[in-house]
Design a protein around this ligand. Sequence first.
Ligand SMILES: [Zn+2]
Ligand SMILES: [Zn+2]
Length: 391
Amino acid sequence: MNRFLSIAGEAASEVREVSDFIHSHPETGYREFLAAEKLKGLLKHWGFRVEENLCGLETAFKASAWTAASSSVPAFCFMAEYDALAGLGHGCGHNLIAAAALFGAYAAKRVIEEDGIPARICCLGTPAEEGLGGKVKLVEGGAFRDLSAGVIAHPLDHTTPDFGCLSVARAYIDFYGRASHAAFAPEKGINALDALTAFYNGILEWKKTITERQRVHGIFTKGGDAANIIPDHTQAFFYVRAGNEADLAQMKRRLETLAAAAAAKTGCRCAVNWASAYKNMVFNKSLNDEYIRAWRDSGVTLRETDGTEGRGSTDTGDVSHVIPCAHCYFGITNGVSMPLHTAEFREAAGTDAAFEAAMKTGSILARICLRYFTEHSFREAVHRDFELAEK
Ligand SMILES: [Zn+2]
Ligand SMILES: [Zn+2]
């Protein structure tokens, strides 16, 4: 760990400048032009070779460094996120995900070069995590085909290994009826708001029966145009979440069935359009245990997880279906309970303590990466976990 401390001492001011810049220049998904430029600039300065416009995404990039030319050498990736929330800036602290990935990749590069360890290291710039699925597009575009394993660390109000994420799918549900004067001739209309409320009542009944690892939640996005017109079009936007892809597929069918039943009951027509989806996080016990061990060696005891505790979703889930991967967390609030996506978390993400936590986490990630390259049995265990895991 002392070795990482000295590398951190040399690199801290450069990484801090990037983290603070991203924090004070929030950019939403696929518009993170300034953030991507900053990150690429420092990685190039450190000697990484940077592939821009990765998979045709302007704000995605792959920065690589290697000590062996052979493509048979495995490649380990540190994933960076840097998108902000509309209207809230870095309320999810993604500037710190970037800082941890940046420093982790740099520290690992320094060690493999100084020690002559055959390895390939990559800092992957992954845009648009907040709802737009940058990593889903990167997976589809083949960005992970030459990568063997990966890690990402997200700020939170406490430090914890990967606790898992649910699969999620998002749908717009439209109901179509027929407009009519609501007082003179209501009988000539077909009320799409009746269909929407019947659908919602169906959801409420369904909610009573869902399991601990299922979620269904949403809002009405259109309830009609005027109170004196029978609505001919209404709309809802809903999420369904489940512990795995098979369960999610069943939940999607259930939602479609409820929408169809609501339409049939009210004489309306309905359309369900699935907008986007993230897969569940495939749990990798070996990577996760190494995160716990590295923190323990630096004097911090973390509670063990088995990947079934999380109820959120992330596009890193899609990555975990194609390479072994862990989505870990680091505390930045000095133990103060604080939810993500709030103004107070945004302020916390810009403090000295948060930056120091990101740097320390970066060195923990670098340690995982180095163990992956230097201990054959660990690497085998990581890949065995991936092969055997329920997907
Ligand atoms: Zn978020
Ligand atoms: Zn986030």
